[in-house]
Ligand binder design. Structure first.
Ligand code: HEM
Length: 218
């Protein structure tokens, strides 16, 4: 019995550790993606951004990098759904013993909702720019047109707000799961986690906001 519990616990901790590792690697991708996207604001004609998009799409390593990225996203989402359903099952058992203990924190509750919103956003985003051949050639113009429209600005605004909220909870939790926390530094880690979520969230949010208000659609 004890052995089963031990196995179940370590399996669940293993899943959370992989979630934390895949999540931190995805944040690495987001930092690079945001830095590349900022090229859109460098010039008016979009040549810097288009040169960057062209260099990316003609890089022979791109298919391998995309495979790694897709694996990270799929693993992170699948593990997230599994862990949250296990947590739900565990709560049902606990509630039978005591209705008042072990409730969900607001943080963990929004992680699932924001995670699903990010997934919906990601599908729309890939359909917009990765899987639509008609954008090739002038990616900068395609981005400006899509995010400059009312529906595009709202879609990207909501998706990115969910991302910012997700990240602001994710860091402290990832560090805790990986055992990289210490009572002395807990507050600093919490603050740094929220800070990175806010910087990435506001950084990405700048695109729909600036492109919408400079498009003349506002
Ligand atoms: C609002 C700011 C954003 C802009 C302007 C933007 C722009 C783009 C563009 C133009 C591409 C296509 C690149 C190409 O094929 O040459 C792309 C791909 C991608 N974007 Fe974004 N993006 C933004 C935010 C995000 C966010 C918040 C996420 C994640 C949640 C994300 C995830 C991705 C992924 C996974 C790809 C596919 C990468 C690949 O297959 O190489 N993007 N983005």
């Amino acid at each position: 019995m004890r052995g089963n519990l031990g196995r179940a616990l370590s399996a669940s901790i293993g899943k959370k550790a992989w979630m934390a590792i895949s999540g931190l690697l995805l944040v690495g991708f987001l930092c690079a993606h945001l830095a590349g996207n900022l090229l859109l604001f460098i010039d008016q004609d979009g040549s810097a951004f288009n040169a960057y998009a062209e260099a990316l799409s003609s890089n022979p390593l791109l298919p391998a990098a995309e495979l790694v990225l897709a694996t990270l996203f799929i693993a992170h989402i699948a593990l997230g759904l599994k862990v949250s359903s296990q947590n739900r099952d565990a709560r049902k058992v606990r509630y039978r013993v005591s209705a008042n203990h072990g409730g969900r924190t607001p943080g963990s509750a929004t992680m699932l909702v924001t995670g699903v919103l990010i997934l919906v956003f990601l599908v729309i985003h890939l359909l917009d720019f990765r899987l639509d051949d008609s954008t090739h050639g002038d990616m900068a113009a395609a981005v400006r047109k899509r995010l400059g429209s009312g529906s595009g600005a709202w879609t990207y605004g909501i998706g990115i707000a969910a991302l910012g909220l997700h990240l602001s909870h994710a860091f402290a939790s990832a560090f805790q799961t990986l055992g990289l926390n210490h009572p002395k530094y807990d507050n600093a880690i919490q603050l740094a986690g929220k800070g990175i979520g806010v910087v990435l969230g506001l950084g990405f949010l700048a695109f729909p906001v600036i492109l919408y208000f400079s498009s003349g659609a506002a």
